[in-house]
Ligand binder design. Structure first.
Ligand code: A4P
Ligand code: MG
Length: 211
């Protein structure tokens, strides 16, 4: 997949504030889509914090039922979430399974969303996408059609039943860090440090970039 092709969200992230202006229907457009590309316009003075959005990174994984197709479809589903824009999609990676070894390799990728959804609402939307893809929750770390993990949500650290952000284990997982490194090396993982630093010592064995 050429993630930089016309009509696709750009691949490659730049450092930016975690909260950014978003489009507010019925008011002056803060962003407009032209040929599939987001054009940012100045945020009107009167907008409140609630009308601003958050940069959220999502980890995508699949190792069942044509995983490459599952991941590509997940990008499309993420782009269609309410009050959300898909800003960045990483290349796809083939990765050796973490967990039970008697399962197929995974295809992994990451995506950056610019979302007006609260973290819990976003997680619910991610789980709904997993469900629509046919995800069954069986073995922990077992094979799955689609896994969508909320890796980061702005600069927030959240720890409550059902939602932990940054996603636990992010700093040890080559299948998360290497896709992140390819598009957002300067992304700061709250409480842990920049992706570039976290990825520096990571084992790259079993991870192959596909595109
Ligand atoms: N949950 C809490 N915080 C989050 C969050 N930030 N994002 C809760 C997503 N979910 C979060 O997740 C279990 C519960 O975690 C959910 O109910 C949710 O409320 P799950 O998706 O149902 O179960 P799981 O994915 O089997 O468990 P877990 O511990 O989340 O596994 P991981 O960490 O997602 O790892 N090997 C390779 N190569 N590539 C992979 O992508 N993925 C896994 C799963 C195992 N091995 C892998 C890969
Ligand atoms: Mg998961």
């Amino acid at each position: 997949m050429n993630s930089q092709s016309s009509g696709q969200p750009r691949s490659g992230a730049t450092a930016r504030p975690s909260r950014r202006p978003r489009n507010v229907p019925g008011v002056v457009a803060a962003a407009a889509r032209v040929a599939g590309r987001a054009i940012q316009r100045p945020l009107p003075e009167f907008m409140t914090r609630d009308e601003r959005s958050v940069s959220a990174w999502v980890g995508i994984g699949s190792n069942l039922d044509d995983p490459e197709r599952q991941v590509r479809r997940a990008f499309v589903a993420l782009a269609e979430l309410p009050d959300t824009e898909l800003r960045v999609q990483s290349p796809l990676y083939r990765t050796a399974p973490m967990g039970p070894p008697d399962q197929p390799d995974y295809i992994n990728a990451v995506a950056e969303l610019d979302t007006g959804l609260e973290a819990d609402a976003l997680l619910a939307q991610l789980q709904a996408i997993e469900k629509r893809a046919g995800r069954l929750r069986e073995t922990r770390w077992g094979p799955r059609v689609l896994d969508l993990d909320l890796l980061t949500y702005g600069r927030e650290c959240i720890s409550r039943p059902g939602l932990k952000v940054p996603h636990p284990g992010i700093a040890e997982r080559n299948f998360v860090l290497l896709p992140l490194l390819s598009v957002a090396p300067d992304l700061e993982i709250p409480g842990l440090g920049p992706v570039r630093q976290l990825a520096a010592g990571i084992d790259r064995e079993g991870v192959v970039r596909l595109e």
